[in-house]
Design a protein around this ligand. Sequence first.
Ligand code: HEM
Length: 220
Amino acid sequence: MRLSSIAYKTVMAISGLFLCLFLTVHLLGNLALFFPESVARTTFNAYADFLTHLPPIKIAAYLTYFAVLLHVAFAFTLTKRNRASAGQRYAYRGSVNTTSWYTRWMGVMGGILLLFIIIHMWNFWYPYKYGHDIALDANGKKDLYGIVVTSFASLTCVLFYVLAMVALGLHLYQGLHNGLRSLGLYHNRYSVWSRRLSKVFAIIVSVIFALMPIYIYLRG
Ligand code: HEM
């Protein structure tokens, strides 16, 4: 079955909005990292432990993995299809074949984010879920906070996170706006608000996430 480009864009918009919701919850939970160390360790570990054992959150986590895969797979297919049709158009007009600036830009930022998510899950999620030698905190919970602090003691890791958050900000700024347009907010009146909302969301999310590794690194 061959889906229309509009169907692809709608699925990308819905999965993208779901991922924005995930990012908001993830950001709020991670704010505990800014607490003083004695409180942060127990709060952050208790929060992670609570989420791991709550069945609705487990379903939300599987939905998140599914949304990432769907968003990436549809982005690849849509880009391939756009390239093929642009190639036909340019061959017909006898001019140079270039994909649009927008598609390439979103593709590059999306690619960086995909790499980030793979490395990020390998750093934190995998050892937390499947690591055997993970330390326990004073309350007997797995010390996820310790894993985060150890990772952000490395300047390379901090720089990687900050660069990835720049890519996240740019991807959200353009992606959220386009997603809202795909879902029907393309009228000029809504478009202005969608642009503003995307800008504010992109700045808040990327800056606060970027401050986490910087804060932990500088605090030492
Ligand atoms: C500096 C910022 C961030 C920190 C400190 C951080 C920290 C963490 C930690 C400790 C976990 C493991 C928690 C668990 O499995 O229960 C985790 C999971 C995850 N993170 Fe992040 N994160 C950050 C930014 C991001 C960003 C920007 C994204 C997406 C672009 C992201 C995507 C994910 C995903 C998909 C998971 C797996 C979620 C799950 O299994 O429920 N994180 N993060």
